[in-house]
Design a protein around this ligand. Structure first.
Ligand code: ATP
Length: 299
């Protein structure tokens, strides 16, 4: 029985603004996402299907995550078989979890994206990236990004992507090439993404946030195209974030982070450092204080 395994990589948001709620219930967002080296491992085994079975079994190393049809990999597998009209299947999906769940790091979406890539291989569907993204988008707004990877400016629900790259005129390696992040699992309770959107709908941005929302994205994109470690980071969800998040940001700055932000709907917070060694030194200092954190490369 063939088994194949893929890394399911987490993301951080360098920018995230939330616009109006749309008639379909989603919000329009504008976000710059970057894949990082923190990853789960997803393995898919194709078992004999006897020509008529429709069997999916999921195992997840984290017992706190449902291993049934509520799991994002399960939903992605069903969406994949549906899209391809595959009527007989018998698969086993194993998820070795390392990405904290409900933390704003797209752990579930990353697993779903990895499952789609593996199923595409195992069932020799030969789907294009674009097609897999359209299947993934039916399950979750972050899945197209997780399939595509790298650094993307995402609009719409998050599915309309434009790659962000360092300008060819910039001498390489540029500072951003060796930049690393330290991701801290904030002591705040995990945040429900739906609840975070609802809170944002009710609280208008302060004048300072409104100004940054207007001008900051172009500044950030300029920093990234120049190959600099970005300083103009912004996340609307910080406006409604649990208060435990802010001392973590201050602590990361005191440990030498160039810039800091909460990722996604939180509560994870990250700091950007000039190199992996700096991020690891900061990790060691925080780990000695009992703080859960991960030093990661930007991919
Ligand atoms: P995002 O940044 O995309 O908003 P997140 O990092 O905040 O996502 P996830 O870790 O993706 O959140 O989990 C969100 C919810 O999805 C959790 O409550 C969890 O129970 C459920 N879930 C389903 N499948 C998975 C999976 N494979 N891994 C993690 N969570 C999953």
């Amino acid at each position: 029985m063939p088994t194949i395994t893929a890394e399911a990589r987490a993301k951080i948001n360098l920018w995230l603004t939330v616009g109006e709620k749309r008639p379909d219930g989603y919000h329009d967002i504008e976000t710059v996402m970057r894949q990082v080296s923190l990853c789960d491992l997803v393995s898919v085994t194709r078992r004999p299907d006897h020509g008529e079975d429709r069997l999916i079994e999921v195992h997840c190393s984290d017992p706190g995550i449902p291993a049934d049809r509520r799991n994002i990999v399960w939903k992605c597998a069903e969406a994949f078989f549906d899209a391809y009209g595959i009527r007989a299947y018998n698969i086993y999906i194993d998820i070795e979890k390392h990405i904290p769940q409900a933390a704003g790091l797209a752990g579930g979406s990353a697993d779903g994206a990895a499952a789609l890539r593996l199923l595409n291989q195992l069932f020799r569907a030969d789907a294009s990236l674009e097609f897999l993204c359209s299947v993934g988008a039916k399950v979750g707004a972050d899945i197209p990004f997780c399939l595509t990877g790298g650094m993307q400016l995402c609009r719409g629900k998050g599915e309309r992507m434009t790659p962000v790259t360092v300008s060819p005129s910039v001498a390489r390696p540029a500072p951003i090439d060796s930049c690393a992040a330290l991701i801290v699992k904030s002591p705040a309770l995990s945040v429900s993404t739906g609840e975070a959107y609802r809170m944002l709908d009710e609280i208008p941005p302060s004048p300072a946030d409104a100004e940054l929302r207007r001008t900051g994205l172009n500044m950030l994109l300029g920093e990234l195209r120049d190959g600099r470690i970005p300083r103009t980071l912004y996340n609307d969800f910080e406006r409604t974030a649990p208060r435990e998040v802010f001392p973590v940001k201050d602590r990361l700055l005191s440990l030498g982070a160039v810039s800091v932000l909460m990722s996604g709907s939180g509560p994870s917070v990250y700091g950007l450092f000039e190199g992996l060694r700096d991020a690891e030194d900061a990790r060691d200092a925080l780990a000695a204080e009992g703080v859960d954190c991960f030093a990661v490369r930007l991919l």
